[in-house]
Write a protein that binds this ligand. Structure first.
Ligand code: NAD
Length: 157
């Protein structure tokens, strides 16, 4: 009996792969979502996840944008300040959030990427004078993601 119990435990442990743990975290709204680049794509995306009860940390290199969001304001016309103000929470509380309490905090400090289970990168890719995409922002943000990357972390570019 005891032997069967430990075999079952081993099977359970083996099925708890980083991918399965992430799936469970998403299903229970425990997964912390990081959005890098809070522009026309990233800001509404971050709000939508927070409204869906995920804790969301938004990252932007522009300190002024972070300041405006922290004050409950906006800089994008179709994302009203009321939407930001309703979602905003303290960074420490969002990172340590209980499941189902979707809240949004903004920061420029990419060290907090390590606390996120899913990282969605929404930085600009403008065209150069030669009409080639300028990937320097993508490369910079992916270097930052790589510094805190861990098994089971989902990164979406
Ligand atoms: N806007 C659109 O309608 C649209 C549609 C389809 C695809 N896209 C694509 O989505 C991506 C994002 O576009 P957007 O319109 O949201 O851009 P945006 O310029 O509005 O926003 C990008 C944000 O990223 C920030 N940023 C730049 N480098 C950063 C870094 N290293 N770390 C953190 N933040 C950084 C900027 O300060 C800015 O706030 C681009 O690749 C674009 O081609 C945009």
């Amino acid at each position: 009996m005891a032997a069967r119990g430990s075999a079952a435990r081993r099977r359970d442990d083996a099925s708890r792969t980083p991918g399965r743990i992430l799936e469970e975290a998403i299903a229970t709204r425990r997964a912390r979502v990081g959005v890098v680049g809070l522009g026309y794509v990233g800001l509404p995306l971050a709000c939508t996840f927070a409204e869906g009860r995920f804790p969301v940390v938004g990252f932007d290199a522009d300190a002024e944008k972070v300041r405006v969001l922290r004050a409950g304001g906006t800089y994008i016309r179709h994302v009203p300040a009321t939407r930001i103000a309703a979602l905003r929470g303290a960074l420490e509380r969002v990172i340590g959030a209980e499941p189902g309490h979707g809240r949004f905090a903004a920061t420029s400090d990419l060290v907090h990427l390590g606390a996120c289970d899913a990282v969605l990168v929404c930085v600009p890719t403008p065209l150069t004078a030669a009409r080639e995409p300028d990937l320097s922002c993508v490369e910079a943000s992916m270097r930052a993601v790589a510094r805190t990357l861990r098994p089971g972390q989902l990164v979406v570019l």
